[in-house]
Design a binder for this molecule. Structure first.
Ligand SMILES: Cc1ncc(COP(=O)(O)OP(=O)(O)O)c(N)n1
Ligand code: 3NM
Ligand code: MG
Length: 221
């Protein structure tokens, strides 16, 4: 299901949003994992790797961009807004401790996608004080405790996430501890989609994992 976008933008399908983890992809590698996951129904891909140098990150990002060419699936860059152009990515995702969203938008220009992480309704209200045209979506998390992000905020759970989506003017994607068993518990909470790392990257068959998540999520209602 696509959700309304910023004025003048094509609708954005956030339903199953893959965030990559190079270590979890293992010997298969990030590009092959992304290719399989997209075949299984992933609708957005975010390149996330805190350990690579900028040069390595750009090289990997370009490989992923090649894999995504012609699929219509957007490529988002985690944190490194300054590399979006070099990679030829479609946008960036920033957190509360990264470059401020308004600065990220200035660097990206009006046409690229920008997501912001939030963990509380108050962080949404703070973001609303920005020009609403700055953001395309919110990443809301964590839903549940997860080993993938050490030091994460307090888990929100299905009831907590609904308190965030209800005050958000932007489409929201939930993240943190989501798998096939838990995904249905997030339906009907005002979310546009679910974002996962380990449920796809650590799966032996990322195509099947993505297809199962897509089925578990349905249309999110
Ligand atoms: C879709 C999505 N939501 C949240 C995050 C987390 O971003 P951030 O808080 O900046 O943490 P890091 O991912 O940089 O560790 C995300 N990456 N994607
Ligand atoms: C990257 C990230 N951000 C989070 C947040 O709460 O903002 S939780 C998270 C990790 C999600 O990994 P997994 O699907 O393996 O639980
Ligand atoms: Mg970040």
């Amino acid at each position: 299901m696509s959700t309304p976008a910023r004025p003048g933008r094509a609708p954005l399908d956030l339903s199953v949003y893959l965030v990559t983890d190079t270590g979890m992809c293992g010997a298969r590698g990030v590009p092959a994992t992304v290719e399989a996951a997209v075949a299984g129904g992933v609708s957005v891909v975010q390149l996330r790797d805190h350990d690579l140098t900028d040069e390595e990150f750009v090289a990997l990002g370009r490989q992923v961009r090649e894999v995504l060419a012609g699929t219509g699936v957007p490529l988002i860059v985690d944190d490194r807004v300054h590399l979006v152009e070099q990679i030829g990515a479609d946008g960036a995702h920033v957190g509360q401790r990264d470059v401020p969203a308004a600065d990220a938008r200035s660097a990206l220009g009006p046409d690229r996608l920008l997501g912001l992480s939030v963990s509380t309704p108050q962080q949404v209200r703070t973001a609303i004080d920005l020009d609403p045209g700055v953001l395309d979506y919110l990443g809301v998390g964590p839903m549940w405790a997860t080993a993938t992000k050490p030091g994460h905020a307090d888990p929100l759970g299905p009831d907590g996430v609904a308190e965030v989506t209800v005050v958000s003017p932007w489409p929201c994607v939930a993240i943190g501890g989501i798998d096939v068993a838990r995904a249905p518990r997030l339906r009907g909470r005002g979310l546009a989609g679910i974002a996962v790392v380990s449920a796809i990257c650590a799966a032996s068959d990322p195509c099947a994992a993505a297809a199962e998540l897509r089925r578990a999520w349905g249309d999110g209602s």
